[in-house]
Design a protein around this ligand. Structure first.
Ligand SMILES: Cc1cc2nc3c(=O)[nH]c(=O)nc-3n(C[C@H](O)[C@H](O)[C@H](O)COP(=O)(O)OP(=O)(O)OC[C@H]3O[C@@H](n4cnc5c(N)ncnc54)[C@H](O)[C@@H]3O)c2cc1C
Length: 449
């Protein structure tokens, strides 16, 4: 209990979708709430790819956690990395050495990239999970074009203008559509030696179709739309190696300087902290009410757990599932605090799936309503604007998308990291842009045709 006020102490680890939903649901509860996150901001991950591909800036999709809870005096926000939980002492241990006591605990620590046992691939194929990942990816994409402009060796230039994405789930598909449009619409008039619109975007997927969370006919639409934009979609192609020169798949090596990992996730170490049973992806196996087996006052939810719906289907690792989980855990805690001990199983309600392809097409599957094309894109846009935080961001992003929709122009194209731009500096500005120095590549020719 809170020593001064004799209030129960609720500690929430993770200020993502699940953690913030729990905070919202706990409003009005007579408790001392502590929210711990290793970052100082809440991140709207569904739009990370737009930061990585120059449509939006970082501050448009992230908000300081302190600001989000500043009207809630009962909530204390701490920036700190959790490294363990002392179950006997009921404290959360931070990297700094601090110990935070709790009566009730909610774990909503999300997930990270997983390389299926090939962690050595990570330096060559970074994933997209944080703002740092997104800005680094943006820098890498833009630097590839800059280096290609300076490069005189056709093969090296071709590798610079080949962008490979591994994994054709929503993130891979959205990145592929955005990168090809960046090259073909946004950058096409900006260079004098290279032709950015000749860039190759190759989407490699081990399974037989893209977007397996959608119905097969919707996947087929997505594949068609990607190919129409110019993306090369390689299905049934498991990647067997990722290295400094490119990727190996299907018995071939594709040379590329920019490889992006969008293929797998691994849960946060929450299961290890708790000594709890986990599945192969490290996700905590929770009870029906989202409590951790053997620990009725500790709850886990969102991407860091594996849970099933009442019908026995797995709860998906998506934002809305984390939010519903956060609200549910908070309701159970409120019930327990009021002396109610009845069973409260979590009933997940799947509202639907949405994904976008480029600036004017999307797929919407709400079960009762299925949409594709530009109508789908408008619904996708409205849904995302609705879920964003703050009027200013909503207005800004809506106007920004409208601008990109009308002009193809993406403004967040600054390279802010130190990035290697080394290439043979032998381009003669007098002749730059006058000769066709494009590599004699059959696939490039195919794209141009
Ligand atoms: C690129 C991308 C695109 C996506 N697109 C969609 C989409 O279109 N629609 C959709 O529904 N879902 C999408 N998702 C999935 C969705 O974002 C997640 O399912 C959701 O964020 C999970 O919520 P969560 O609360 O479990 O974890 P998160 O939102 O990831 O929050 C976890 C929080 O815990 C903090 N944390 C982690 N470890 C520690 C620690 N040791 N100590 C302290 N704090 C810690 C993190 O900093 C983070 O703030 C996408 C995810 C990604 C990565």
């Amino acid at each position: 209990m809170d020593a001064q006020a004799h209030r129960p102490r609720i500690v929430i680890i993770g200020g993502g979708f699940g953690g913030l939903a729990a905070i919202g649901e706990l409003k009005g509860t007579d408790a001392a709430i502590t929210l711990i996150d290793k970052r100082n901001h809440h991140l709207f991950q569904p739009l990370l790819y737009q930061v990585a591909t120059t449509s939006l800036g970082p501050s448009e999709i992230a908000w300081p956690i302190r600001q989000l809870v500043h009207k809630r005096p009962e909530v204390t926000s701490l920036m700190g990395k959790v490294v363990g939980i002392d179950l006997a002492a009921t404290t959360v241990r931070l990297e700094s050495g601090a110990e935070i006591p709790f009566d009730y605990l909610i774990l909503a620590t999300g997930a990270q990239h997983a390389y299926f046992g090939h962690d050595e691939w990570e330096p060559f194929a970074p994933g997209l999970k944080t703002l740092e990942d997104a800005t680094a990816m943006r820098g890498k994409l833009l630097v590839a074009f800059e280096r290609a402009e300076l490069e005189t060796d056709p093969e090296a230039r071709r590798a610079l203008l080949t962008f490979v994405i591994i994994g054709a789930g929503p993130t891979g598909v959205e990145l592929a559509g955005a990168i090809i449009e960046l090259a073909r619409l946004t950058l096409k008039r900006d260079f004098r030696t290279i032709h950015p619109e000749d860039a190759r975007v190759v989407l490699i997927e081990a399974g037989p179709r893209v977007l397996t969370n959608f119905k097969p006919e919707m996947s087929a639409y997505a594949e068609r739309a990607l190919r129409e934009l110019g993306v090369e979609v390689e299905l049934n192609s498991a990647v067997t190696a990722v290295h400094a020169d490119g990727v190996n798949y299907g018995g071939t090596t594709l040379k590329s300087e920019t490889i992006i990992w969008a293929a797998g996730v691994l849960a946060s170490p929450a299961a290890k902290w708790l000594g709890a049973e986990a599945d192969r992806a490290g996700r905590v196996k929770v009870n029906a009410d989202l409590s951790v087996p053997g620990h009725p006052k500790i709850f886990a939810l969102g991407d860091t757990v594996t849970a099933t719906t009442v019908g026995g289907k797995p709860v998906p690792g998506i934002g809305d599932a984390a939010k519903q989980g956060g609200r549910h855990a908070a309701r159970v805690i409120k019930a327990r605090l009021s002396g109610d001990t009845t069973d409260m199983p979590f009933h997940y309600r799947h509202l639907g799936d949405i994904a976008t392809i480029g600036r004017s097409r999307a797929l919407i599957d709400f079960g009762w309503l299925r949409l594709t094309g530009w109508v789908g894109w408008w619904v996708w846009g409205l849904a995302h604007i609705y879920f964003l935080i703050g009027l200013k961001n909503r207005i800004f992003i809506a106007l920004n998308w409208l601008w990109i929709y009308l002009t193809g122009y993406r403004s967040a194209r600054l390279i802010t990291q130190d990035s290697p731009t080394s290439a043979s500096p032998s381009v003669d500005p007098a002749t730059a842009g006058t000769a066709d120095r494009r590599p004699p590549d059959s696939k490039v020719a195919r794209l141009r045709a």
